[in-house]
Design a protein around this ligand. Structure first.
Ligand code: NAD
Length: 367
């Protein structure tokens, strides 16, 4: 007998090559007329093009968005919103530009549109992560949901292949954890599986021909689905580990996801059989964790936390932080097992089910 709760959000999604050309219509559809365009310093070209497409509806460009949404940047951007007399926000970029838009929406109440250029998926979630004095907090807030998301594959053609690889693995991580989420529902499971199929097919093709529009389109389609999963159901150990590592050691977001994902799958495999079966359909092999590790290797993604700048002495501190706050995970989270996982991920070793713990009913099978 099925029994579930599904929480749907009401973000309008426009998907297609050239869709960005309709951005002014989307601003008008929200009943607005002065859009401040947001981007990182590296994407001013795409922001300028967006401002041109907005024409008289463009109120200016704020180009200082940064990874992990520092509050100091947001405060400067609030001043820019006021100075420009903006009545809506248009973020062009990845999770950094979109995160800034959400932080501004929270402070100003303005509606938002995003034109995503990576596969991070933030545009589909009510999640806001912010950093103040080096500490990152993450909240789920309905107020930061976007009004409209315009997915134009053309904007992703410039995403360098090595960034596309890790960003795609970041998206796959959302889908993997949606498959075994505590509050998973049939729709989230379907979307997560479809996201994995799309990304598993598209990412190697993007790597071999970065200008292949079909591969880029399939990757963006998978990223949309994965982001929707992230916004719909709760995440577990994998996202907790990446959050702690990113916040504590300032590790790059997508790369950290790419390194940790196979290890988190190995950890949870004994307690998440349907999820493992579905991963196995997207990436065939007898062991889903090994299949994802091999896939990431094929994409040339980093494999070791030490190569991302994590100090070895940080492993114990990270393990403490990962087990400190209670949160749901399919398999109980024990410090020794998490430490073992982190040691492997730090060194770049292949994933392996971590040792069992006396009160872990699932670990015994894999000890
Ligand atoms: P990002 O937005 O920082 O982009 C990475 C780099 O790639 C930047 O320098 C950017 O300018 C460049 N770039 C992006 N798209 C490009 C393109 N098409 N062509 C050329 N260069 C391009 O990185 P990200 O991985 O997309 O986002 C990471 C941030 O998003 C983190 O702060 C993370 O915490 C947040 N995030 C939040 C959520 C959420 O739901 N709240 C979800 C995922 C990620």
């Amino acid at each position: 007998m099925k029994s579930f709760v599904h929480r749907g959000h009401v973000t309008k999604v426009v998907f297609g090559s050239g869709a960005r050309r309709g951005v002014a219509d989307e601003v008008r559809a929200l009943g607005r007329g002065r859009a401040l365009v947001l981007c990182t310093p590296g994407q001013t070209g795409q922001a300028r093009e967006t401002a041109e497409l907005l024409g008289p509806l463009a109120a200016g460009i704020f180009d200082q968005a940064a990874m992990h949404t520092p509050v100091a940047v947001t405060e400067k951007a609030v001043d820019a919103v006021r100075a420009a007399g903006a009545d809506c926000l248009v973020a062009v970029g990845g999770g950094s530009a979109i995160g800034l838009g959400k932080a501004l929406a929270l402070r100003t109440g303005l509606p938002q549109i995003a034109l995503p250029t990576t596969y991070a998926g933030s545009e589909m979630t009510p999640i806001l992560g912010e950093t103040r004095d080096g500490a990152k907090t993450t909240r789920r807030l309905p107020d930061v949901l976007l009004g409209t998301v315009v997915y134009d594959v053309d904007l992703t053609l410039t995403l360098p292949p090595h960034v596309a690889a890790v960003s795609g693995l970041n998206a796959m991580a959302h889908a993997v954890e949606a498959l075994y989420a505590q509050d998973r529902d049939p729709l989230a499971f379907l979307m997560a599986g479809e996201a994995l199929d799309a990304l598993a097919a598209a990412l190697p093709a993007v790597l071999s021909d970065p200008a292949d529009p079909e591969a880029r389109e399939t990757a963006l389609y998978g990223a949309w689905l994965a982001g929707t999963c992230l916004g719909t159901v709760g995440m577990a150990l994998h996202h907790k580990i990446c959050h702690v590592l990113g916040g504590t050691f300032d590790l790059p977001h997508a790369e950290t996801h790419a390194v940790v994902l196979p290890h988190a799958i190995a950890y949870n495999a004994p307690a998440a059989a349907p999820a493992m079966d579905r991963i196995g359909r997207a990436l065939p092999g007898s062991d889903p964790a090994a299949a994802v590790f091999a896939f990431a290797g094929r994409l040339g993604a980093p494999r070791a936390l030490k190569d991302l700048g994590m100090p070895e002495r940080g492993i114990g501190e990270a393990a403490d932080l990962i087990v400190r706050d209670g949160y749901w995970n399919p398999r109980p989270v024990h410090r020794d097992a998490v430490r073992d996982l982190l040691e492997r991920a730090w060194a770049g070793e292949p994933p392996r089910a971590t040792p069992s713990h006396p009160d872990d009913p699932t670990g015994a099978r894999h000890a």
